[in-house]
Design a protein around this ligand. Structure first.
Ligand SMILES: [Zn+2]
Length: 658
């Protein structure tokens, strides 16, 4: 630790003082648009943050915009430039002015002591998976990874107006997002910070960090989300097909050829060498109210070659024609099929592991192979020949089977492995995040353009473009920090398909609540296990019911016009909105422990529309006051409702006169 204060050069930025009202935003009648001003204190105490539009001092005291732990030889410079009245961009450069290598740990940006008398009670938005919106004292610290895939955090006031911090890193550097709130009311203080992976700087070496932004906005945390999506739109372009048919998959069925659960059999009968894939999917479709996609888990397994690594089961399966024919038959019936591949593992008996396992596998800090899935070997994604192998295997398997999707297991989380091998060309102890970028890019490029690619968890924003969707564990997180359990990825990337896993390799049992919470997010459900043994009749009924509604209103649920957590009229009741031309659907969740009844939503009145309770199918009659429709529901504790508004003229629906 070194005591010396880092040098801060504040370059004067050009301030554009023209206030601009963005279209469609609601402003408080007596207030000006959000207008961020950073004022540097001459005595060197740092910077204060103001919103001149709302008349708020966001800083309880002046402070530096970063924290640096490094030898005094390491000099810090932060350049500020104004992007628009509400936004300032920061660029930080560290330079080692000395003659020896120096370690540098930097938190940038870092905003301490947000709050104060003009702010009042501060709420915060911490977009981990699932989203946290709260105002209680809290300490949150997560790596940029599948459990925190975004690059922003924000604070906002009950009376409207917020401030966000955002990094603009398009190269998936390792970093940690931290948010801490202490105290309550006007005494409450929030610290936001992004901690970058420490680096060693050689003599004269310069470290230019990715740019960051601080911005202010009107309204609640949605203003920060809007700013983040605005930045995403400047660089993030899907590289895959993102087809409509994949977005319309709601019942996602994992099928086993060999290791079905809970009984150890599958669609392949080794005695007769018969494959009964179509037959087993037909049975599933009856139980679940439909199967929209078949995911073949263990198709590559053979008794001698293992499950993962080579994926050449054809001799054991008696040729590839049977599987190919059945995949084609499912496709004819409107059910696409995808193939499982392991993104990291190769079984020790596989040819690829026997030939290359020793040099390609990842090593832990003690120089030992990772044991998590031993005896399978965990390969390093920074090894190009391993990536080449997976890309070629994915392409070959699709050509051989006619499958329409490829899955890469374990990818997306990126916080589970670090590799300390010195044989792979990466820094010692590197996390796999940037290796996954390269792997996804290669597999995507190897696949035919109409084949979808998906992973086990929704990855960080930089890795999202290579994918069409993913599994996710958002809804299964029940730690009290996210009572609504909103999977924000699903709303940030509405064309990126997500399938919620509630329990992996264990019965879903009687968990009706989770089935409805998946519906609340308008997502797909990942279905595993034999229906009689692993699902109660109540759960099967809930899956059939939600599937029917999702399919009926699929234009709305798969549209780009989605918005999470729209205003509701009751405490403890939250709602998501899914809108397309002529139809708007609201899913409504009562997350309290008590039943609720009465008005839940107020929406602008529109002529020639009709409302339905989408679950019961009955017509809902709104109360119209001052140009707004008020809509009522009765919901038991922890239950989900659904309201659909249809444009009578466009849909041809005729109101029923009751
Ligand atoms: Zn490695």
């Amino acid at each position: 630790m070194f005591d010396r204060r880092p040098t801060l050069l504040l370059l004067l930025a050009l301030y554009l003082l023209i206030p601009a009202v963005r279209e469609g935003e609601q402003l408080h009648a007596t207030e000006e648009p959000a207008h961020l001003e950073l004022i540097a204190h001459e005595d060197g105490d740092g910077v204060s943050l103001f919103d001149r539009g709302l008349g708020i001092a966001w800083s309880a005291r002046p402070d530096e915009l970063f924290g640096l732990d490094a030898h005094p030889d390491v000099e810090a410079e932060v350049e500020r430039s104004r992007l628009d009245p509400a936004t300032v961009e920061l660029r930080m450069t560290l330079t080692n002015r000395g003659n020896a290598a120096r370690q540098a740990a930097v938190t940038f940006p870092r905003l301490r002591a947000l709050g104060g008398p003009t702010v009042g009670e501060l709420s915060y938005c911490y977009p981990r998976r699932p989203l946290i919106i709260g105002d209680r004292p809290v300490r949150l610290r997560l790596p940029y990874s599948g459990i925190f895939p975004f690059q922003f955090m924000s604070v906002f006031r009950d009376d409207g107006g917020g401030l966000y911090l955002m990094t603009c890193d398009t190269e998936a550097h390792e970093k940690v997002y931290s948010l801490e709130k202490t105290g309550n009311g006007a005494e409450g203080r929030v610290t936001l910070g992004v901690e970058w992976n420490p680096r060693s700087l050689g003599p004269g070496e310069v470290w230019q960090l990715p740019p960051a932004r601080i911005g202010v906005h009107d309204g609640d945390w949605h203003g920060a989300l809007r700013a983040y999506r605005h930045w995403l739109a400047t660089w993030q372009q899907p590289k895959g097909p993102r087809p409509r048919w994949f977005r319309e998959v709601f019942n996602f069925r994992q099928v086993f050829l060999h290791f079905a659960l809970p009984t150890p059999s599958g669609a392949f009968d080794p005695a007769s060498r018969q494959l009964r894939l179509v037959q087993s999917v037909r049975r599933d479709a009856e139980a679940f109210g439909g199967v929209d996609y078949v995911h073949l888990f263990d198709w590559g397994w053979t008794p001698t070659g293992g499950r993962v690594g080579d994926y050449e089961p054809w001799a054991y399966l008696g040729g590839r024609d049977a599987l190919r024919r059945q995949i084609a038959e499912l496709r004819e019936a409107g059910i696409p099929t995808g193939l499982y591949l392991e993104g990291y593992l190769a079984d020790p008996v596989s040819r690829i592991a026997r030939r290359h396992g020793e040099s390609w596998r990842m090593l832990d800090a003690d120089g030992k192979p990772h044991q998590r899935y031993a005896p399978s070997l965990a390969m390093c994604p920074y090894v190009k020949p391993w990536r080449d192998h997976l890309a070629a295997t994915a392409r070959r398997a699709v050509q051989q089977t006619g499958a329409q999707g490829v899955y890469l297991d374990q990818l997306g989380f990126t916080n589970q492995y670090r590799c300390f091998s010195d044989r792979h060309g990466h820094p010692r102890g590197a996390r796999v995040i940037r290796g996954e970028t390269q792997l996804l890019s290669q597999v995507r490029a190897a696949l035919p353009s109409n084949v979808v690619l998906y992973t086990e968890e929704t990855p960080v924003d930089v890795n999202v473009p290579y994918l069409d969707g993913s599994f996710t564990y958002a809804v299964s997180v029940d730690d009290g920090l996210s009572p609504a359990r909103v999977n924000l990825s699903r709303f940030v990337w509405p064309d990126f398909k997500t399938f919620e896993i509630i329990r992996c390799d264990a019965p879903l049992g009687d968990d009706v609540e989770s089935v409805w919470r998946i519906f609340f997010n308008g997502e797909g459900i990942w279905l595993e296990g034999e229906e009689d043994a692993w699902f109660t009749p109540r759960v099967l009924a809930a899956i059939r019911r939600t599937h029917g509604i999702l399919r009926k209103y699929r234009d709305a649920f798969t549209s780009a016009g989605v918005r999470p957590l729209v205003p509701t009229l009751q405490e403890g009741v939250v709602a998501n909105r899914f809108a397309t031309r002529g139809t708007t659907v609201w899913t409504v969740l009562n997350y309290t422990q008590s039943p609720i009844a009465g008005p839940v939503l107020r929406v602008k009145h529109r002529r020639n529309t009709i409302y339905h309770n989408a679950i019961t199918g009955t017509v809902l009659r709104p109360t119209t006051i001052d140009g707004c429709d008020s809509l009522s529901l009765s919901l038991e504790a922890e239950r989900v409702g659904c309201i659909a508004r249809t444009d009578v003229e466009k849909s041809g629906v005729v109101p029923i006169d009751e």
